[in-house]
Design a protein around this ligand. Structure first.
Ligand code: AKG
Ligand code: FE2
Length: 349
């Protein structure tokens, strides 16, 4: 299979899951929509875009949108009239336009019930379901008073994890349930050159074995089938990825370990791994100037790049909160040792 990336400067990745194209650029097709950048480093809210209307647009619009999401980290669209099926169609076009490998489709979460009403590729995010010991947010099942324990990027336990994710929240408590995102590019940019060099040679193990217990609590068998890529299957729920990852859409490097799933930096002692991971997690959770916090209204929708951001739900409410999420799969994570850039330097900041 032809691959856009054939140089030896690539650390990590897998031959059947390399990106099809190179970096994206913005041709300006979204210029007619007004927007607000919510912070200098992360988040853009568009006005007057309906996902449903964009479904009939050409590929260039999807490319421009992919570039916008990948460069701003997360994009917010208010009050969307869109069905779960349209969300899936949209995400397939987005990931394709962005250059994801042919072997990558939409993810099937290992906890998604077989024959579920909305289909295999929709994860139902539901506070009520979570009360039964299920859902995607195990983190608070083990007693902790640190809300920051819930920071993660989606499904990094898969050998081929997510490029983009779309979440629409349709049921909301009167207040609470905000979601926060943080920029992986910005955290990479806060590392000194010697620490960057150290981390560029390292991989980390990501593990979601706790889903085996959650599947039992829910009474559903774990989905061991192909979960959107031939490389994502079985009950192992473990993957090894580079600690620093290049995003093919922007060419920018990002830190790629997360509190939810990353257990161990490989090839160093356990103590060194703990120190390094804790330092990186603290950079994410203790820098509110690398984060954006979104206050949802009914039917608002977010699309983010899981390769270069983390997110964290807020469990500060008691009334029901629910929505639908679709995750597309990108490339197997890699670091481009020659071409990978700092966001700040590339933007001349
Ligand atoms: O409920 C939320 O705000 C976020 C849930 C989540 O982690 C996700 O949709 O990937
Ligand atoms: Fe998530």
């Amino acid at each position: 299979m032809p691959s856009a990336i054939t140089t030896t400067s690539i650390f990590g990745g897998k031959d059947i899951a390399r990106p099809r194209g190179g970096e994206l650029t913005d041709s300006g097709s979204l210029e007619k929509y007004s927007y607000n950048d919510l912070t200098p480093v992360i988040g853009r809210e568009f006005e007057n875009i309906q996902i449903r209307d964009l479904l009939t647009a050409g590929d260039q619009v999807f490319k421009d949108l992919a570039y916008t999401i990948s460069s701003r980290g997360v994009v917010f669209l208010r009050n969307q009239d869109v069905t779960p099926t349209e969300m899936k169609d949209f995400m397939l076009r987005l990931t394709f336009a962005a250059g994801s490998p042919e072997s990558s489709g939409l993810h099937v979460h290992p906890l998604t019930e077989e024959g579920s009403k909305l289909g295999d590729q929709i994860s139902v995010i539901s506070s009520e379901k979570q009360k039964n010991g299920g859902g995607l947010t195990h983190m608070l099942s083990d007693v902790s008073r640190f809300a920051s324990n819930a920071w993660h990027s989606d499904i990094t336990f898969e050998p081929v994890p997510s490029d983009y994710a779309m979440l629409k929240i349709h049921t909301l408590p009167p207040t609470g349930g905000d979601t926060l995102w943080a920029s992986g590019y910005e955290i990479y940019d806060r590392l000194s050159p010697p620490i960057r060099e150290l981390l560029k040679g390292l991989t980390a193990t990501h593990d979601a074995k706790f889903f085996l217990d959650e599947a039992k609590n829910l009474g559903n068998p774990l989905r061991e089938c192909e979960r959107g890529s031939p490389l994502n299957k079985g009950a192992e729920l473990t993957a090894v990825h580079p600690v620093i990852r290049t995003n093919p859409a922007t060419g920018w490097n990002s830190v790629y370990v997360n509190k939810g799933f990353t257990k161990r930096i490989n090839g160093v002692t356990k103590d060194e791994s703990d120190v390094l991971l804790n330092y990186l997690f603290n950079l994410v959770t203790q820098n509110h100037d690398a984060q954006v916090r979104f206050r949802w209204k009914k039917n608002d929708l977010a699309i983010w790049d899981n390769r270069s951001t983390w997110h964290c739900a807020t469990y500060d409410y008691s009334d029901p909160r629910a929505g639908d999420r679709v995750c597309s799969l990108g490339e197997a994570p890699y670091l481009d040792l020659e071409q990978g850039k700092s966001r700040k330097e590339d933007l001349g900041l």
